[in-house]
Design a protein around this ligand. Structure first.
Ligand code: SF4
Length: 417
């Protein structure tokens, strides 16, 4: 038996794989350790999307290698694929490396040589009440700043029958939310058709559940597909649609393959629907970003009234076309622009949350955080803190909450029964 510690960096895919590995180890009779010092098996699940997360992974690996033999450290994820030589220099040649983001089976095969594991096909329990379900692996979009096409490889869509059976199991096991994942999820293709066709089949399943998906690429979406998705019964009322920049010139340099006005056509059904939220990703300081480009991004963020924006400062990823561009934006300018845009984003989030006052929203309960306060997420993706006089709902339940007021972080109210 092992005492295992898992350190996860990066995206929802890594969270999913780490949770599945933890489940298999727990079923095998192993125990989870709260720290590296007391672990006999350490798993480092890495992310290469930003330089910072990559450096953090190497730094953590160095610390782990001081207290545990490299042969009992499993190094997996994107960084393991891109720079395994550096990983071995840091930890030693016995380091167990699972290159790239291969299927979970291959990851578990390596871990199974170090500790007993028992495979199961239930969704990872630690993510409850959300069941993450990967439907397409890899990416072939080649955005010029992104390392994912190299680290995660070619696109492979998961067979629709497997996706639907995973979704059915999740619902049967009491999961309340299904989160479908793909780096470029609307490139999904199988015998049943594309993403919208698959989501329509999911929507027809019996049970009390919500679902949504991450992340669609605007270049692979049509407004009529957005409208079809919005008509589904179980879908959450939010669309995350990465814009990245409000400048067409920069979008072209990023190889995003859409313009701001094409994005606007996709956003329009969401922006004009009552109770739907639109969220996005923006990169600040992409090479060649001028004051004018940045001003266009600020204007676009205001125009689309995003409910939430995930801002990233541009950082070079070795091997990408953008890293070879000569006209880098100085770090100080990136910091200034980031701070300015963050102010706008926070102002918009606060306005969006304040507009909820007086409304009754459907909420998925995630936890009971304080003696008298629950925490959950509304159907349009907002954080909700709520009182629930006389009854304490459990994680995974759906409740209705009357919103009293909103802040930058979310909304506050009282559950009604
Ligand atoms: S769509 Fe672009 S940003 Fe997203 S994973 Fe693929 S290459 Fe990276």
């Amino acid at each position: 038996m092992a005492s295992f510690f898992i350190k996860t960096f990066g995206c929802q895919f890594n969270e999913l794989y780490s949770a599945a590995v933890a489940d298999a180890l727990l079923r095998g009779g192993n125990q989870r350790s709260d720290d590296v010092e007391h672990a006999s098996l350490v798993i480092v699940n890495t992310c290469a999307v930003r330089r910072k997360s990559e450096e953090k992974a190497f730094s953590f690996l160095g610390e782990a290698a001081k207290v545990i033999d490299a042969g009992h450290i499993v190094f997996m994820g994107c960084v393991a694929s891109l720079d395994h030589e550096r990983a071995r220099r840091i930890a030693g040649h016995g380091l167990r490396i699972v290159e790239g983001t291969k299927s979970l089976d291959e990851v578990l095969a390596v871990i199974g040589t170090l500790a007993p594991i028992v495979l199961g096909d239930d969704p990872p329990r630690s993510l409850f009440p959300t069941a993450d379900i990967e439907i397409i692996r890899g990416c072939e979009s080649y955005c010029t700043y992104c390392i994912v096409p190299t680290s995660r490889g070619r696109e492979v869509s998961i067979d629709a029958a497997d996706v639907l059976s995973g979704a059915t199991k999740a619902i049967d096991h009491g999961f309340s939310e299904l989160l479908f994942l793909g780096q470029n999820i609307n490139r999904y293709q199988s015998k049943v058709g594309g993403l919208v066709d698959l989501m329509t089949l999911v929507d027809g399943m019996k049970g009390s559940f919500w679902f949504w998906f991450l992340s669609p690429h605007p270049a692979n979406f049509r407004p009529d597909e957005v409208r079809r998705l919005m008509e589904l019964q179980h879908i959450e009322h939010r669309l995350h649609l990465p814009l990245q920049s409000g400048s067409n010139r920069l979008l072209e340099r990023m190889n995003r393959r859409y313009t701001v006005s094409q994005y606007e056509q996709l956003a329009e059904p969401v922006r004009t629907a009552d109770g739907w939220a639109l969220t996005t990703d923006i990169i600040v300081g992409f090479p060649g970003e001028t004051d004018d480009d940045f001003a266009r991004t600020v204007e676009a963020v205001r125009q689309f009234r995003f409910d939430a924006v995930f801002l990233a400062k541009y950082s070079d990823r070795p091997g990408t076309p953008a890293s070879r561009m000569q006209d880098k934006v100085p770090a100080g300018v990136i910091d200034q622009r980031h701070a300015l845009l963050l102010g706008v984003v926070q102002e918009l989030s606060e306005e969006s949350n304040q507009r909820m006052a007086g409304r009754t929203v459907e909420v998925l309960v995630l936890s009971w955080r304080e003696p008298d306060r629950g925490f959950g997420r509304s159907i349009d993706g907002k954080n909700v803190w709520f009182a629930s006089p006389g009854r304490q709902p459990s994680a995974g339940e759906f409740v209705h909450v009357v919103v009293d007021h909103g802040s930058r972080e979310g909304v506050y109210g009282t559950a009604v029964w």
